[in-house]
Design a protein around this ligand. Structure first.
Ligand code: DAH
Length: 344
């Protein structure tokens, strides 16, 4: 009898029903009116008085085990906690398939790269920690000249001279590295992060992103600059977009200009994005100053070139109407999720 009880105990402990029907079969088998426990109690009546004492206890414990197991399983089925373990239940709803999204700045950068690649530009990169030479001096910013104040710089090491080390304030530094290390012709765009010591607000940030462009060869003229940028704008914002160039000043270009596009939001009729002027500025550009070419070891009698630089956040603002710069770096999923479909 003991051996029998041990075997049943093991069976009960291992019992794991896949559904309520199996549990009912278990109940009938062990706890039913013609079940095993009933039968054991019948057998118990026939044993001698000595054995009665030991087996009485064993038998009662066994009955309690079977009842406890049954009650526990019944409760979990009733409360819906235990789903039938059939391996696969095709009636259950599927899990959400979470698709990530590309950051709007990545979308814009990829699009800019695509357009310029089709125009024959390659992509180049440079370091974010720069020395004075590459960020300022080679670009024709005279020392102690007020032009340096145009950029609020984060200095890492400042000795008021050529050994100053800073976070680059613009991607124009990559132009210098490219020209120093290669031979013309150059036709490249240089995307990257830049830093300025500005108070963070909706309209300014201490870091942002730029794309620099450089084309240096024999006989490159301002008309090449205009045509390249015009083509770029048409591809980015659509065929009907107009451009205009306004004279400007940058130490590293001569002549220099800023380029406006007809407002991408209102089409030029006037809205608060373009401050009711119909135009929005998107980039600075100009003919590379001969001093810059010479600083980089390039013969300025033989070669000419144009350069341009634009802020990616600005391009994204106009494309997606994002009015607060802080959104780009806060990683709020409610913001990022809105660009999901752009990925597919
Ligand atoms: N580096 C300028 C800035 O950060 C942008 C720029 C203007 C770049 C004119 C150029 C250029 O290459 O030709 O504001």
């Amino acid at each position: 009898m003991q051996a029998q009880i041990d075997q049943y105990t093991a069976e009960i402990n291992a019992f794991s029903p896949a559904n309520a029907d199996e549990l009912e079969t278990f109940r009938i088998k062990f706890l039913g009116t013609k079940g095993i426990i009933k039968d054991l109690f019948e057998q118990f009546k026939t044993v001698g008085p000595e054995e009665k004492r030991t087996f009485g206890k064993v038998l009662n414990q066994f009955k309690q085990l079977a009842e406890a197991k049954y009650n526990e399983l019944k409760e979990s089925f009733d409360s819906g906690l235990k789903t039938p373990d059939l391996g696969l239940d095709l009636t259950l709803p599927g899990d959400d398939f979470v698709v990530g999204s590309r950051h709007p700045l990545s979308l814009v950068r990829n699009e800019i790269i695509d357009i310029f690649k089709r125009l024959g530009f390659v992509v180049a990169e440079g370091p974010e920690i720069e020395d004075d030479w590459h960020n300022f001096s080679a670009l024709n910013f005279p020392e102690e000249h007020p032009a340096r104040d145009m950029q609020d710089t984060f200095f890492i090491k400042k000795n008021h001279g050529q050994d100053d080390i800073a976070l680059r304030t613009h991607t124009s530094s990559v132009q210098v590295r490219m020209m120093e290390h290669g031979k013309p012709p150059f036709r490249a765009i240089m995307p990257g992060r830049v830093y300025r010591n500005e108070a963070i607000s909706a309209r300014a940030h201490c870091f942002f992103h730029q794309v620099e462009g450089l084309y240096v060869d024999e006989n490159v003229s301002f008309s090449d600059l205009k045509q390249t940028l015009y083509q770029f704008v048409k591809e980015l914002y659509g065929e009907g977009t107009k451009v205009r160039f306004r004279p400007s000043y940058f130490p590293f270009t001569e002549p220099s200009a800023e380029m406006d596009v007809s407002c991408t939001i209102c089409g030029g009729t006037g809205c608060n994005m373009c401050k009711y002027t119909g135009w929005v500025e998107i980039l600075g550009c100009g003919m590379v100053d001969p001093n810059v070419l010479e600083n980089c070891g390039i013969d300025s009698k033989k070669y000419t070139g144009f350069a341009f630089g634009m802020g990616m956040e600005r391009i994204a603002n106009l494309k997606y109407v994002i009015r607060d710069l802080r959104l780009f770096s806060e990683n709020d999923v409610r913001f990022l999720k809105q660009f999901q479909t752009e990925m597919l």
